[in-house]
Design a protein around this ligand. Structure first.
Ligand code: HDE
Length: 720
């Protein structure tokens, strides 16, 4: 694989490195400033102190106005089969070719230091360093967006960000200005369904889908165009956490997603995604009920199936967060020959905004020269100068046409790899109107909702109850309930119950709350909901198959004297499936098992919590269980894992913990008494009991594969 240019810029101090100033002057004392005597005033001539302080004073650049919080990784992309018949892009032609990539995942709403597990859409931006230049696919983990037209983007962002008078709340949509805007913006209803779903709380960046959102065009060698929508499917499975977990993870480990990505790559569990394309023609597009230029709509897979065309692998962590993840600059307008835009009016605005925002972030149009942003192929043009120019262009010619420079650099012909915009015919009257199909704001929102399992529907309703419950202005809540009525009556009612309000159809709601403009807006600007759209199972996360348990983390709770055999059986079964056992001990350092063997604890009960793990297992061992029975944090750990519907394995004597964890009361009737006495493996709703190490581990792996046991949500819960 050809190295990307930024790899050659990495420097590392070795053991012989001597501390120098930025001018290369070796420094003898870096511990104190230069003073007139030990107690004397500091001297102005201390250039070393000045240089250090000045550098620190300028170490921050403006964070991204949106998508500021993120994490990135290097990797490569490989196509499965040549795609020349659809797209002539060079990097899509040879399965042998590995194209280097840098990927940055992010949240949209929070600032750079905000926690990872906030309810939000996640950015999924991929920079391909192709031989024909940079291609940026700047997408997200939801296939639709809040708005249809770039004109509304600044309004959306202002409404969504912390309120300007008090800068509250950080990284949350649960406040009045956001819902005020949304309740007056029926086109956002589809995205809002996604945002209230568990998709907005991914378990890991590695376990979420990605979408290019807009319609793009692919062009083959003959100049023929096909419309395309981009999809990324994670091979690690598609998982989310519950809201209750998310809130707690933000406290226990605000870097949960960032750490998870970094650790997985460091352990060589390289995350992978399949790249998929939904390909369709102009005629297909005309037949759809929705407009393919409307970013608030998706194309159901039942209508246009996905063709899986390649594989993305992330296999290298950045060496330096700032130089790579913070300075990477994406732009949807970075294209290569073979890929072009559609005239989506949201995308059009993006084509201006990204280069503009980067001048703000870097203070210069030269950010394309930063190592992480440089293409791997050479750059030749007549652009010169500006702040932080690194390239030293020799010669006196910086214009075109020229004879003094021999005419260089030459324009490339299309058949020599030159980019040519797709010659789309354009002839219409200038106006700010939208095309008619843009006005169906509710049908796909409903289709998304009805395609969810009942568990997912519940979570959506709970999310609305929380978000709207945080809204203080009653008329905003009422307007939102009115809009929800147009998606699903049951949803509107359930949300209303939580708010103590009856949903009222929008016009009445508006009359009641005296917001007449909304009634006008709604009446004239939206088409009625199509109640008959069929379910689309791929819109539901839980209806998708679970590929395996690789990289899932199991907490193993132990005190000294724990059953070494039960632990070893589980640890090796997990390792066989590339999942991990992590020891949570009554203390850090060495824990001793019932055979006198020693094992290092990864966490103690102060540093670990069940929300950081995918499942919990407790080996038996009388001494260990006696201690754990008296450790409220261990009992809470088990009860909470149960409450979050995770697999819970209690080996041998560990079944005694059922009572302290409050589970015996809940399960009493469904567990035959002999199950508690005998060593036979018993499995109930993801609770595994037994004394036979191998048998129990096998059942535990099966439970981990199921991942969550949602029926528990309908049962009484232990008090945690
Ligand atoms: Fe962005 N967006 N965006 N956006 N966006 C930015 O660019 C913008 C939109 C997305 O990891 C900014 O360099 C406008 C849709 C991601 O560095 C800014 C509009 C989608 C990232 C900007 C949109 C995205 C950004 C802020 C509507 C999903 C982070 C910093 C017209 C397909 C990329 C920056 C990274 C970042 C503008 C809409 C995704 C301000 C004007 C739709 C993943 O330029």
């Amino acid at each position: 694989m050809r190295k990307t240019s930024h790899q050659s810029d990495t420097t590392q101090d070795d053991q012989n490195s001597v501390l120098t100033t930025n001018q290369g002057l070796p420094i003898t004392d870096d511990q104190g400033s230069l003073k007139a005597g030990p107690r004397g005033p500091a001297l102005l001539e201390d250039f070393h102190l000045q240089e250090k302080l000045q550098h620190l004073d300028h170490e921050r650049i403006p964070e991204r106005v949106v998508y500021a919080r993120g994490a990135g990784a290097h990797g490569y992309f490989q196509v499965h089969k040549p795609l020349g018949h659809i797209c002539k892009a060079g990097f899509l032609q040879s399965p042998q070719q590995k194209t280097p990539v840098f990927v940055r995942f992010s949240t949209m709403i929070g600032s750079r230091g905000s926690p990872d597990l906030v309810r939000d859409v996640r950015g999924f931006a991929v920079k391909f360093y192709t031989e024909d230049g940079i291609f940026d696919l700047v997408g997200q983990n939801m296939p639709v967006f809040f708005i249809q037209d770039a004109m509304k983007f600044p309004d959306l962002v202002h409404a969504m960000k912390p309120e300007p008078h008090c800068e509250i709340p950080q990284a949350s949509t649960a406040h009045d200005t956001f819902w005020d805007f949304i309740s007056l913006m029926p086109e956002s209803m589809h995205m809002i369904q996604w945002l209230m779903s568990d998709r907005a709380l991914p378990r890991s960046y590695r376990m979420m889908e990605g979408f290019g959102v807009h319609t793009f065009r692919m062009i083959n060698d003959k100049g023929q165009a096909t419309f395309a929508k981009f999809h990324w499917k994670p091979l690690q499975g598609l998982h989310s956490v519950l809201w209750d977990e998310a809130v707690k993870i933000n406290g226990m480990d605000p870097d949960f997603h960032r750490r998870d990505l970094f650790d997985a790559i460091a352990k060589e569990h390289y995350p992978e995604w399949e790249l998929g394309l939904q390909l369709f023609s102009e005629e297909d597009a005309e037949g759809f009920d929705f407009d393919i230029l409307d970013a608030t709509k998706l194309i159901p897979e039942e209508l246009v199936p996905i063709t899986w065309v390649g594989r993305l692998v992330l296999d290298r962590n950045p060496d330096n967060f700032f130089a790579e993840t913070e300075q990477v600059a994406f732009h949807p307008g970075h294209l290569v020959p073979g890929i072009d835009f559609s005239p989506d009016p949201l995308l059009a605005g993006r084509l201006f905004a990204y280069s503009d925002t980067q001048v703000n972030r870097f203070g210069s149009p030269n950010s394309s020269e930063l190592p992480i942003n440089r293409p791997v192929n050479p750059v030749h043009n007549n652009q010169r100068d500006a702040a932080m120019r690194y390239t030293i262009n020799s010669g006196r010619v910086a214009y075109q046409p020229n004879a003094l420079g021999g005419g260089c650099p030459f324009q490339a012909r299309a058949n020599e790899g030159g980019f040519q915009s797709f010659p789309e015919p354009v002839a219409d009257v200038k106006s700010r109107m939208r095309a008619p199909k843009f006005f169906d704001h509710f049908s796909q929102a409903r289709q998304f909702y009805v395609s969810q399992t009942s568990v997912e529907k519940n979570h959506i309703a709970q999310a609305f109850q929380y978000e709207l419950g945080k809204v203080e202005t009653l008329s905003i809540r009422a307007r939102m309930l009115g809009l929800l009525l147009r998606i699903d009556e049951g949803l509107a009612k359930t949300v209303g119950e939580g708010l103590g309000m009856d949903p009222i159809p929008l016009y009445d709601a508006d009359v009641n709350h005296a917001v007449p403009t909304v009634a006008q807006f709604d009446q004239y600007m939206s088409l009625p909901t199509r109640w008959d759209l069929p379910e689309s199972p791929t819109l539901s996360m839980l209806r998708q198959p679970n590929p395996g348990i690789a990289t899932l983390k199991v907490a193993v709770l132990v005190g000294n004297g724990f059953d070494g055999a039960a632990y070893s059986a589980l640890a090796s079964a997990l390792a066989e499936h590339k999942a991990e056992a992590r020891i949570v001990g009554t203390h850090l350092g060495i824990m001793v098992n019932n055979k006198g063997e020693e094992i290092n604890a990864d966490y103690n009960f102060a540093t670990a919590s069940s929300v950081l793990f995918d499942a919990v297992f407790v080996p038996g061992g009388e001494d260990s269980i006696r201690v754990l029975q008296d450790e409220p944090r261990a009992l809470h750990f088990i009860a909470e894992a149960w409450r979050h519907c995770k697999a819970v394995g209690l080996a041998g004597e560990a079944r005694a913990l059922l009572e302290g964890a409050g589970l015996l009361r809940i399960l009493g009737n469904s567990l035959p008494p002999e199950a508690l006495e005998s060593g036979e493996t018993v499995a109930r709703d993801g609770l595994l009991l037994g004394s036979h190490g191998l048998q129990l581990s096998k059942r535990f792996i099966e439970a981990l594969q199921v991942y969550r046991f949602w029926s528990r949500e309908r049962r009484p819960q232990p008090p945690v």
